[in-house]
Write a protein that binds this ligand. Sequence first.
Ligand SMILES: Cc1cc2nc3c(=O)[nH]c(=O)nc-3n(C[C@H](O)[C@H](O)[C@H](O)COP(=O)(O)O)c2cc1C
Length: 224
Amino acid sequence: MDILEAVKARKSIRGFKPDPVPKETLQQILESAVRAPSANNTQPWEFVVLTGKVLDDLRGANLEAFSNRTPANPGIPIPPERWGEPYGGRQVALGIALFRLLRIGEDDREGKVAWTEKGLRFFDAPAVIFLCVDKSDQDIVYLFDCGAVAQTIALVALRFGLGTCLQRHVTYYPEAIRKVTGLPASKRILVGIAIGYPDTDCPTYKFQSEREPVDNITTWLGFD
Ligand SMILES: Cc1cc2nc3c(=O)[nH]c(=O)nc-3n(C[C@H](O)[C@H](O)[C@H](O)COP(=O)(O)O)c2cc1C
């Protein structure tokens, strides 16, 4: 796949087929993705990759934490309920578009809870990659590096017919993750990446998120 096609084809996938993803495929994806750039080649990223029973255990632990109203305690700060402008408008547009496709109305509390739970189940993906850094790494520059490796994972996954969804939400209960995976408290969990073969019948599959036109956000200098 041409690089431009791949960048355009990548989108968040929020419904997966149950087919397992071979370990060798996930390994190849990670081996390619770690070619991503990082500040001073520090490569601060670490991965925890889950599938099968251990992943099912984590789905259960996440749902339990949610139903017990466990306070969220993610590795990176929780964003505001509504961002300031211009981001808040984009955030709301995303929610409206997804809920419309899912036929979840504004007052449909049950529908919203079910969707939240689906997210906490990693959208039923057959595998998940947690992206972590060492907690001793206090320099926020690692967020750039980990963003680069996360996007590279998402792009390389396409090469194997796989879809991905970066999920901040699944890091809200790190104690559940640590309990199931044995990940020590010295590691900060940044994001989970649900990965699997896209369920093209899922209502959200056809969703294409909007982008601000580049000319609205770019200052061009010295070109004429
Ligand atoms: C750091 C980060 C965290 C995200 N967390 C979630 C999440 O918890 N749940 C979710 O459904 N999507 C999540 N997303 C996906 C974004 O909603 C998505 O990338 C954005 O709406 C653009 O859509 P696209 O990925 O389809 O192009 C996250 C993306 C990023 C970069």
